[in-house]
Design a binder for this molecule. Structure first.
Ligand SMILES: Nc1ccn([C@@H]2O[C@H](COP(=O)(O)OP(=O)(O)OP(=O)(O)O)[C@@H](O)[C@H]2O)c(=O)n1
Ligand SMILES: C[C@](O)(CO)[C@H](O)COP(=O)(O)O
Length: 231
């Protein structure tokens, strides 16, 4: 199967985590969150290089961590932007040629290699792909505290990352979004913005994004389960 490059946006502020620092450096099972994420791609034989998008003032800390954990596949450290979309775009700008590019949140440490490969296969078959899971809760639209609509759950998916694209297509989509001042919350929405379809691959509910304090508890439980500490 064709190899890929992965852009890992990790240049956020972690405001919702309320940890007083970038959540990427918080420890899960004694290892920084960002390192957990990077190690998955470090181990994946299909991963041909990691482009890490980080905050300018965190370069030294990140370089130290990469050395400490023996990370070899990070080929570029790129300065992020104010929004996630801008950070991803900066990462895309640093890639040469036209490889398959995955975009994966630094804050999603529980992605597993089999799901990455499932996503890449879907990309090769369909031309674009992202991973997600069917919504489990009832979703309602709320205006001024009142439920105004219950959305048909049968067609709703909670979209995660990684998301897979051909570099030239996602780069063009970001160029168009930037010139039109369009902001999407994921890269698939930017592809949709330029009229491209994005195919959804069913992933794992464990592929959570570490966003708010309770996600750290869920994360420790996922690690415990994977270490066989409990079923
Ligand atoms: N300007 C930004 C904003 C976010 N991200 C990254 O995009 C991923 C998903 O974003 P999110 O979970 O929202 O992280 P933060 O923006 O840090 O969180 P918050 O919104 O709570 O500040 C994270 O790995 C984050 O570091 C980024 O690279 N650049
Ligand atoms: C890209 C993403 O993880 C897909 O669910 C999500 O949109 C990121 O949102 P955030 O607010 O930037 O964390």
């Amino acid at each position: 199967m064709e190899k890929y490059k992965v852009v890992i946006p990790a240049a956020g502020q972690g405001k919702r985590m309320k940890a007083g620092k970038n959540k990427q450096f918080l420890l899960l099972d004694q290892v920084p969150l960002l390192i957990h994420t990077i190690l998955v791609f470090e181990e994946d034989i299909l991963c041909d290089g990691i482009i890490l998008v980080i905050n300018k003032d965190e370069f030294d800390d990140v370089k130290q961590l990469l050395l400490e954990f023996g990370i070899k596949k990070v080929e570029k450290l790129v300065v992020g932007g104010k929004e996630r979309q801008q950070s991803v775009y900066e990462g895309l700008k640093s890639i040469e040629g036209d490889p398959i590019v995955l975009v994966h949140d630094g804050a999603r440490p529980f992605i597993q290699i089999d799901k990455i490969h499932k996503l890449v296969s879907a990309f090769i078959k369909n031309g674009s792909a992202t991973i997600g899971t069917p919504v489990k809760d009832t979703i309602k639209e709320v205006v001024d505290g009142k439920a105004t609509k219950t959305v048909d759950r049968s067609r709703l998916w909670a979209i995660q990352t990684p998301q897979a694209f051909r570099h030239s297509q996602i780069y063009r989509a970001h160029q168009t979004a930037e010139s039109n001042n369009y902001f999407g919350t994921d890269d698939a929405s930017i592809m949709e913005y330029i009229g491209e379809s994005v195919y959804i691959v069913e992933g794992d509910y464990e592929n959570i994004k570490i966003t708010t304090p309770e996600d750290l508890l869920f994360g420790e439980a996922i690690i415990g389960k994977r270490k066989g500490e409990f079923k």
